[in-house]
Design a protein around this ligand. Structure first.
Ligand code: TYM
Length: 361
């Protein structure tokens, strides 16, 4: 098998299709919502969309079996409550469609150890504990490539932290195409485009502006969960770490005014984070928000931010609670979605098997 890669080809032969996923490894956070879910909702107006609850990925680290089913329902409820329409888009959980695991194996044989070893998320998650983490955690990005390419998806909306995994997905598709399709033939898998958009593609912890807001952080005060009640949201924002200065002015922005200059993120990460969250929640450009809030003390700004967060997230949390009390309805959405997902993924998997040379009965 050749190890050389060709350059990425254009996706002209593939119809536009969106795929993305969220792990059911804990509560859905404001980071997931602003970095990913809001774009999921918006893209429904532009393309066919498939949104997965990636339970196979979740078990790469320990998940309590007694909790996993409900966590899966909770992410599904968050999708629905945020505005993903299960009639227009496909919503399902990954373990219900076996093509993911099957293509994941094939891609474990396409991806190179060297590529996988460079994945920063694996290094961060494994830390000094490399010998003790699961083999699945190492292979995680190959399964992620399979999620996307089992649908020949062309676009993948994600937060900034998934960028490297999507580059790997492109590498896997490119190598598969090179190895298994004739050189002058069109590739079998598209070279996927990441969609990383909005003022908050990297929402940081409320306790430490240099760390990503994460559902797996030990401190619940570090994140806003979509299911938090109004008191919890207000408390978390009031207690959010800041610095002793007032809010920065327009000089803190990068030259193109689209985001912060490196200096603000490096020197005042908490200020940059809270302003980014404000801009994203109010759907306004960062420059507008910075111009308006320049020189304000954090206390006043935090009050405004709390109001905004409650207005946007409050109704989503309430709808999630309602859906979580109607498990049958949530499960029906997943079952219907899985059937529709299978109908797309199965023939694409068979086509990949054909190209690899597996014997058909
Ligand atoms: P996960 O479950 O960690 O996060 C789901 C989505 O939320 C985004 N996100 C954030 N965005 C901004 N700020 C944050 N603090 C933040 N935290 C999370 C993530 O970038 C992601 O878009 N590997 C993926 C799940 C996955 C997947 C896929 C995604 C599996 N297969 C195929 C796309 C396509 C993950 O762990 O996401």
């Amino acid at each position: 098998m050749s190890q050389t890669k060709t350059t990425a080809s254009a996706n002209t032969e593939f119809p536009n299709r969106v795929f993305s996923g969220v792990q059911p490894s804990g509560a859905m956070t404001l980071g997931n919502y602003l970095g990913a879910i809001r774009n999921f909702v918006r893209l429904q107006d532009e393309m066919d969309c498939i949104y997965c609850v990636v339970d196979l990925h979740a078990v790469t680290v320990w998940q309590d079996p007694a909790e996993l089913a409900n966590q899966t329902r909770e992410i599904t409820a968050a999708y629905l409550a945020s505005g993903i329409d299960p009639k227009r888009s496909i919503i399902f959980n990954q373990s219900m469609v076996s093509a993911h695991a099957e293509l994941g194996w094939l891609f474990s044989c396409v991806a190179r150890m060297g590529w996988m070893s460079r994945m920063t998320q694996f290094k961060d998650k494994a830390g000094k504990n490399r010998e003790q983490v699961s083999l699945g955690l190492f292979a995680y990005p190959a399964l992620m490539a399979a999620d996307i390419l089992a649908y020949q998806a062309t676009h993948v909306p994600v937060g900034d932290d998934q960028k490297q995994h999507l580059e790997l997905t492109r590498d896997i598709a490119t190598k598969f195409n090179y190895d298994f399709c004739g050189e002058d033939q069109p590739g079998y898998f598209p070279i996927t485009e990441p969609i990383i958009q909005g003022a908050a593609t990297r929402v940081m912890s409320l306790r430490d502006g240099t760390k990503k807001m994460s559902k797996s952080d030990a401190s619940d005060m570090s994140r806003i969960n979509l299911t938090d009640d109004a008191d919890a949201i207000a408390l978390k924002i009031r207690k959010a770490k800041t610095d002793p200065l007032e809010l920065p002015g327009l000089e803190a922005l990068s030259e193109d005014q689209q985001g912060f200059g490196d200096a603000l993120r490096a020197e005042r990460p908490e200020a940059a984070n809270l302003l980014g969250i404000y801009a994203a929640l109010s759907s306004r450009p960062i420059a507008d928000v910075v111009g308006e809030k320049a020189g304000q003390p954090f206390a006043a700004f935090k009050k405004d931010l709390t109001e905004l967060a409650l207005a946007e997230i409050g109704p989503i949390g309430a709808e999630m609670q309602r859906l979580m009390n109607d498990k049958a309805a949530v499960d029906a959405v997943l079952a219907d979605g899985a059937e529709r997902a299978r109908a797309i993924a199965e023939p694409i998997l068979r086509g990949a098997y054909d190209r690899v040379g597996f014997l058909k009965p």
